[in-house]
Design a binder for this molecule. Structure first.
Ligand code: HEM
Ligand SMILES: *[C@@H]1O[C@H](CO)[C@@H](O)[C@H](O)[C@H]1NC(C)=O
Ligand SMILES: *[C@@H]1O[C@H](CO)[C@@H](O)[C@H](O)[C@H]1NC(C)=O
Ligand SMILES: *[C@@H]1O[C@H](CO)[C@@H](O)[C@H](O)[C@H]1NC(C)=O
Ligand SMILES: *[C@@H]1O[C@H](CO)[C@@H](O)[C@H](O)[C@H]1NC(C)=O
Length: 634
């Protein structure tokens, strides 16, 4: 009896071992056939079991002889994609590599030549929409679909993203930035230190996206609610009758708790006895209710003929496209190829998800970087003074200012922030499941297998020394300054680079802004080496909107104010007041060093930012009243 059980177990064991090695061998053969360098792992680094337990194994693995794991281990830790993986690509000796285990294989690339082929050839390298299935809780949308259905969603949604709306967004962003400054001053402690910059930029982005997505004028806590009767329900900060929270709170809560909402099925989330689950469920229920009512209101407006658009309002635009058209079409006898009510809500929601944290994070880190690099801050202020003098932001006009702003240090600071900390750190694609595809790398053709999953590692592409001109780092002494935040980089004239048309696999116009941000004299990265918004037909629809928001916020803050690191950890205000220039320089140096280390702690959970409540304390001061950065060369 015992021997029978032991025998059966032995057979199962042998069978498992056989299956394991057969699978590994199969993947090795596939990778070898492609000709692309590959690295073999006993388990794929993205395997869920590994992802959840790697903290256990990695210390053990590091006890083994170093030559066994050296290099290889670089992609096995958590969240490696948020960092530069230059070291890994260097270790492999290739900018494109297939990482394989018996369970799965992934092509990783930081090579601009490969990135541009993948992003431009939409049919050959589609988006891996299986990964986005969870984003369809309200219905299908422009992010969750592929092929002909995506095309329809993209066409309908893209019509809102035009220059007229960009101008509306610019004005709204200026107004919201004023709110942000007041909010930050209002939440400072008695010595002026601000610890919730992060919250401020999140509310700022939420309020703007409320405007962009729904035409609403949302406010900061403490601001006067608007008079507009239409905004009575949606614009207020408390819950209207029938709701348990304000619209802004439901949208904010939904976006903040999105992972819990996506992971747990509704009937479980509803019953979980935890605070986060209650908040998540409440936010989702309220939001859905707002959306249903909003839809009814908007349809009514359209039916009443009130379809005069007064500002940006993606959801209103979608309703108009369906209900404005439907009435016309049903007369003509066909109403196909339009969005369902659920899809209208879903698309409006996905815009807020895509455009909220992303933009907030860029503003947040740009402000922190500017505090940590005072020379850059002064240069930014000089450009803002030249362009706008002391004119009031309410008089700034989109059309006459936007290009100059984007070509100035304002544009350079944005670009450089998104280079080092791109909010979206990996762009997932796959090789078309229907057939193998070719990639041309360095003049040679490689065949990649159908269905292979692809991961563009954006932060690495953005620091790839083969495409980015660099100098030795003055700050760290490293051979390149590609890890440093240096907006000057965007003025380095290299003669290299292009922004050329590229070759998409079709000639259609998929909307979104495809033009260049600025003038030709600036540094133009080689196509594929700078992809914070991805590229090609499936690139970010909101790129222009995001860029315009940031181009409004930076001058609206730095025209009158400076931002300093708070340095309270190293010296009290009284001590600083008595210090010599050199002593203040030493204090600020410590704050800068600490700040730069803390920025390295940002992690990518949906977007790249501080999780775990970490923050960098700052002070917002009138220009001329700086304690440190006014007269120090730092
Ligand atoms: C700095 C801010 C932003 C960054 C860095 C960013 C980045 C990106 C990236 C990398 C993608 C491609 C994702 C992928 O292929 O997996 C994307 C797609 C998209 N983004 Fe953004 N985004 C930003 C702001 C916005 C804003 C403000 C909106 C809307 C108002 C928006 C709407 C979208 C949409 C709808 C898509 C999907 C397009 C499609 O699949 O056809 N984004 N974004
Ligand atoms: C900042 O936001 C977090 C998360 O929403 C919240 O818990 C915290 O109280 C906020 N802090 C301030 C100072 O508003
Ligand atoms: C920012 O990057 C974009 C995209 O590469 C480029 O067109 C633009 O010239 C850059 N802006 C500045 C100020 O360098
Ligand atoms: C891309 O790689 C990063 C780092 O390993 C990982 O976190 C992310 O889930 C990957 N995405 C895809 C689609 O493979
Ligand atoms: C970075 O994060 C780790 C883990 O959360 C934490 O222990 C460490 O103190 C953080 N470092 C800084 C500089 O905040």
């Amino acid at each position: 009896m015992v021997s029978t059980v032991a025998g059966a177990l032995a057979i199962v064991g042998v069978w498992c071992v056989y299956k394991y090695f057969a699978a590994l061998r199969r993947n090795i053969l596939i990778a070898r056939k492609s000709g692309i360098p590959y690295v073999v792992y006993p388990i794929h680094p993205l395997n869920l079991f590994w992802q959840f337990t790697n903290a256990l194994w990695i210390p053990l693995i590091k006890k083994l002889p170093e030559s066994w794991w050296e290099g290889r281990i670089l992609v096995m830790g958590p969240d490696w994609s948020a960092r530069s993986n230059q070291e890994y690509y260097d270790w492999v000796g290739s900018q494109t590599v297939i990482v394989l285990g018996p369970d799965q294989m992934t092509l990783y690339t930081e090579d601009a030549e490969v990135v541009s082929q993948i992003t431009m050839r939409k049919e050959a390298f589609p988006k891996d929409v299986a990964r986005y299935g969870l984003l369809t809780m309200f219905g299908q949308n422009v992010v969750s679909t592929e092929g002909a259905i995506w095309r329809m969603h993209r066409k309908v949604t893209a019509s809102s993203f035009n220059e007229k709306n960009a101008a509306h967004t610019f004005a709204q962003a200026l107004e919201q930035t004023k709110g942000l400054v007041d909010y930050l001053f209002g939440s400072a402690d008695s010595s002026g230190t601000i610890t919730n910059l992060d919250n401020g930029t999140i509310i700022w982005a939420l309020n703007i996206i409320g405007y962009v997505g729904f035409g609403l004028r949302l406010i900061f806590p403490g601001q006067e609610p608007p008079e507009d009767p239409k905004l009575k329900k949606y614009g207020r900060l408390d819950a209207p009758p029938g709701y348990t929270m304000s619209f802004a709170a439901s949208l904010g809560g939904l976006l903040e708790r999105i992972i819990a909402i996506l992971i747990f099925p509704a009937f479980i989330l509803k019953r979980l006895p935890f605070e986060f689950a209650k908040q998540a469920w409440g936010a989702k229920e309220n939001y859905k209710k707002y959306m249903d009512e909003f839809l009814v209101d908007k349809i009514e407006e359209v039916r009443q003929g009130e379809n005069e658009q007064v500002g940006m309002d993606i959801m209103g635009e979608l309703v108009r496209s369906v209900y404005g058209e439907k009435d016309k079409k049903s007369k003509a006898g066909s109403a196909s190829n339009t969005l369902t009510d659920g899809e209208i809500i879903s698309n409006a929601f996905i815009m807020t998800l895509a455009g909220h944290e992303t933009t907030a994070n860029v503003l947040h880190f740009a402000l922190i970087f500017l505090a940590a690099y005072p020379n850059a801050q002064r240069r930014l202020q000089k450009d803002i003074d030249t362009l706008l003098g002391d004119t009031d932001p309410s008089t700034w006009d989109y059309e006459s200012n936007i290009n100059a702003l984007l070509a100035s240090y304002v544009g350079a600071c944005m670009n450089e922030t998104m280079r080092l900390l791109p909010p979206v750190t990996t762009i997932p694609k796959i090789v078309s499941p229907s057939s193998d595809q070719t990639l041309t790398i360095g003049g040679q053709r490689y065949v990649v297998p159908a269905g292979l999953s692809i991961n563009i590692t954006t932060p690495s592409s953005h620091r790839n020394p083969r495409y980015w001109p660099s100098q030795p780092s003055e700050r760290t002494g490293k051979p390149t300054d590609l890890e440093d935040w240096l907006p000057e980089r965007w003025y380095r004239n290299t003669g290299k680079g292009d922004s050329g048309g590229g070759n998409t696999d079709d000639e259609e116009d998929y909307g979104g802004f495809t033009g260049s941000d600025t003038s030709a004299s600036l540094f133009r990265p080689v196509r594929g080496s700078y992809v914070p918004f991805s590229d090609g037909p499936r690139s970010c629809l909101g790129r222009r909107i995001a860029v315009v928001e940031l181009a409004a916020a930076l001058p609206a803050i730095f025209q009158k104010y400076s931002i300093e690191l708070a340095a309270d950890k190293w010296a009290t205000d009284e001590e600083v007041a008595k210090m010599s220039l050199e002593e203040r320089r030493q204090v600020y140096k410590k704050a800068q060093e600490s700040c730069r280390n803390e920025i390295d702690n940002a992690t990518a959970i949906i977007t790249l930012k501080f999780h775990n409540g970490q923050y960098i304390p700052i002070r917002l001061v009138q220009r001329g009243k700086e304690r440190f950065i006014g007269d120090l060369e730092l």
